[in-house]
Design a protein around this ligand. Structure first.
Ligand SMILES: Cc1cc2nc3c(=O)[nH]c(=O)nc-3n(C[C@H](O)[C@H](O)[C@H](O)COP(=O)(O)OP(=O)(O)OC[C@H]3O[C@@H](n4cnc5c(N)ncnc54)[C@H](O)[C@@H]3O)c2cc1C
Ligand code: SF4
Ligand code: SF4
Ligand code: SF4
Length: 367
């Protein structure tokens, strides 16, 4: 039976809960809003299956990145609605057109975020774009296994630890499974996100019905966050958004992100996608500020898949050193911010727009 002594040792993937034959593991939020397994010890039969599928107990192996590309989707609308260059949509669209399934993070009607499985091109928009909070996995791993066992093609997308969790959950390779992960420096707490939504709702006097974490109307580099009601909206510039600053400075992220064992050369995915920040320093023709995805090819299978989508994409061959030059998380793991503890202690009692800058300033001065 899984016992978590240090919160850094659980990524919240839910592989254990998906695997438990007695269904005695529930994923429950802690006081910070991150999910951890909660085991009903009365029901547990000590079979050890939860430990066998845990990606923290069974760490992925080191693997060299095989090749690196700069890529954008030639469909302008899709590119503009994507976080980077819209390459995820190219991979997903190709899979759906092969009658396959795609799994990824989507907003629910209450604007929470969880992983879903789709099989129509119309539903692809639900998965498009980054949602900056930890996505709930529910029973998605079990569902993926069921579909794979029927011989159907699946493209699974998620953070590197979610892909690692899928791989340990499945316990064997499937030829009909392709996995794509993201370069990921951390995931914010769903509780912080809910708090942000309620602060915005108080400000605009109505329910938020739409969230966009990567609005590109001011360009890809200086993107905005948009929280929209039916009549009013709040638009925050990335650098000035308290939500985004708490995320980027590792104030609101999960403890396990400070010891991440799944990024880049420890990825379990066939392909890894990320923002190609600084792309124009190598390819000046890509300086239109509309977004470029960097694609890391990790496996032969990934190479095969990317080859299929290249014809609908604008693609340039690059290299890891250049791609990582302006992308911190491609080579580094960020420590948790010293203000993190105080932030969570005061969350919910003080407005985030005041609290976050105050804490950032305070801990800068304390250094
Ligand atoms: C939490 C998080 C942190 C990230 N950190 C970095 C970073 O530090 N550096 C960097 O270069 N890029 C980072 N990215 C990736 C980047 O934001 C883009 O998602 C990526 O460049 C692909 O863009 P795209 O235009 O090709 O496709 P998009 O359409 O923008 O990508 C959509 C994909 O993101 C997945 N996704 C969206 N939200 C989530 C979520 N909450 N959990 C799991 N999967 C999700 C979808 O399932 C889909 O596969 C991060 C993404 C997320 C979600
Ligand atoms: S040991 Fe077996 S029964 Fe007990 S929680 Fe783990 S998977 Fe479930
Ligand atoms: S399987 Fe995932 S959720 Fe369960 S303990 Fe391991 S990391 Fe945590
Ligand atoms: S930083 Fe690592 S542990 Fe945290 S969400 Fe991303 S992949 Fe998972």
């Amino acid at each position: 039976m899984i016992i978590i002594l240090d919160k850094k040792d659980c990524v919240g993937c839910g592989a254990c809960a998906n695997r438990c034959p007695k269904q005695c593991i529930a994923m429950k939020e802690d006081s910070e809003g991150f999910v951890y397994p909660n085991i009903d010890k009365e029901m547990c039969i000590n079979c050890g299956l939860c430990e066998r599928v845990c990606p923290v107990i069974n760490l992925p192996k080191h693997r060299e990145v095989q090749s690196v590309y700069a890529c954008y989707n030639r469909d302008e609308k899709v590119r503009m609605n994507s976080s980077s260059g819209g390459c995820f949509s190219l991979l997903a669209d190709y899979t759906l057109k092969q009658n396959g399934y795609v799994v990824g993070a989507a907003f629910d009607t209450d604007l929470s975020v969880h992983h879903i499985l789709i099989n129509t091109v119309e539903d692809l928009a639900l998965l498009r774009g980054s949602k900056y909070l930890q996505s709930r996995m529910g029973n998605i791993y079990s569902l993926v296994q069921e579909v794979l066992e029927k011989g159907e093609l699946i493209l699974f997308s998620g953070t590197p630890c979610q892909v690692a969790g899928l791989k340990t959950f499945l316990g064997r390779e499937y030829d009909n499974l392709f996995a794509v992960d993201l370069v990921c420096h951390g995931v914010p707490s769903p509780k912080v996100y809910r708090e942000k939504l309620s602060e915005v709702e108080e400000k605009i006097g109505e329910k938020v019905v739409n969230v966009n974490f990567r609005d590109k109307t001011s360009g890809w580099n200086g993107f905005n966050l948009i929280f929209a009601g039916e009549k009013k909206l709040v638009k925050e510039v990335k650098q000035e958004s308290s939500y985004m600053q708490a995320f980027l400075k590792n104030i609101s992220v999960r403890p396990s992100c400070s010891v991440c064992r799944y990024n880049n050369e420890h990825s379990s995915a066939d392909l890894t996608i990320a923002d190609y920040w600084g792309v124009e320093t190598k390819f000046p023709e890509l300086s239109d500020n509309k977004g470029v995805t960097v694609v890391l090819v990790n496996t032969v299978k990934g190479d095969r898949l990317f080859d299929q989508v290249k014809k609908n994409a604008a693609v340039w061959k690059s290299d890891f050193t250049h791609a990582a030059q302006h992308n911190f998380a491609m080579k580094n793991i960020g420590a948790l911010h010293p203000a993190r503890k105080e932030f969570f202690a005061r969350l919910g009692t003080e407005n985030m727009d005041i609290l976050v800058p105050e804490l950032i300033k305070k801990f800068k001065n304390d250094k």
